[in-house]
Ligand binder design. Sequence first.
Ligand code: AMP
Ligand code: GLY
Length: 425
Amino acid sequence: MKVLIIGGGGREHAIAVAMKKSGRVDALYCVPGNAGIAEIAECEPSIGVMEFDRIVAYAREKQVDLVFVAPDDPLAGGLVDRLEEAGLRAFGPRKNAAILEGSKAFSKDLMKKHHIPTAAYETFTEPEKALEYLEHARMPIVLKADGLALGKGVLICNTLEEAKAGVREIMQEKHFGSAGDALVVEEFLTGREVSVLAFVDGRTVRPMTSAQDHKRARDGDEGPNTGGMGNFSPSPFYTEEVDAYCREHIYQPTVDAMAAEGREFKGVIFFGLMLTAQGPKVLEYNARFGDPEAQVVLCRMKNDLLDVVDACIDGQLDKVELEFEDNAAVCVVLASEGYPVSYQKGFEITGLERFQGKEDYYCFHAGSRFDEQGRIVTNGGRVLGVTAKGATLKEARAKAYEAAEWVSFANRYMRHDIGKAIDEA
Ligand code: AMP
Ligand code: GLY
């Protein structure tokens, strides 16, 4: 089989590595890809993920059997629909199902209607109404821009003043663009955060092993929210009891709700959960693999990824049982100093060869490219996701931080406490 992966980050590198392991994949392509993915797949850096016509033409030219659409923007924009119209086989939700991530107002209303546990909320399209509501609301409170905002459209406000400023930023100054046309104002939840990704074939849902992200830029959960500075899998707080509750009250009801709404979901649903004193509640849905969740989850999966993807597309997921290794993985993101606000690119990355032939160590490229001299240089805020597996989280963590020192580039920045709270819990 010939497989084309859409995307060019660490998640797509992890997907490519998993696909490469499949006995049924003969050729791997990636658009746009990056310098790491280029080691195992033919990449086409000149095509962007939103250039649907060019993607269709490329898929036809390469005669691919499957297109795996990984990032949120092309999913929300309907790339899967376009590929299917062109007669190509695609993995990922269609546009009418990707709205689960594309609109927070939609997902909140869905959860309310179908009794799926989540934080209490109100949706506003007029800033005046939102401001009026906030006058009488309990602080802290959470403001969420309705649309896609690179994981940054969420503000946690401790005071009324902060909340009012947040409404202005999101709805009036449009810091997140049209994502802020509508605003969800949500109850602040406390507890442990856990992410669970699940394969879905429209009817059946198969949750993968759990993971925990570190979204803030700096050690100790300080600094601005990012796309994710590192994570680990599994979460020790995600017990069998929690899993059983989530399957019954969250995962299956979500898939059933989407089907009942005429928005059959095929692909991966990312459940962002808060384990509160009242039980697990949904913080957010994503309609795709998380980044860097894919990095720590896929490297622990025993199944052939292509088999599972095929089962999702063909509605045969009930015949698949997922299996994960009985170990742990930790991913430490090496970013460019200044991420997520402003940062420089184009610095040479050295030491990558040290990962070669080392079992249980992975260097997933998030933002890298080849320069004119053929050197690998930094090309993004998140540059590499150094990942390691170990028998325990502690071991995986020690190995990931050891390996993080193998590579260097100018302005390299990382958090030093990925998974640390767990060692100490
Ligand atoms: P989201 O993009 O919805 O996952 O939000 C980003 C982060 O904001 C989450 O990972 C949580 O840490 C935090 N967050 C979102 N919603 C809430 C909430 N209702 N209560 C507390 N924290 C939240
Ligand atoms: N790491 C969080 C996300 O992919 O949205």
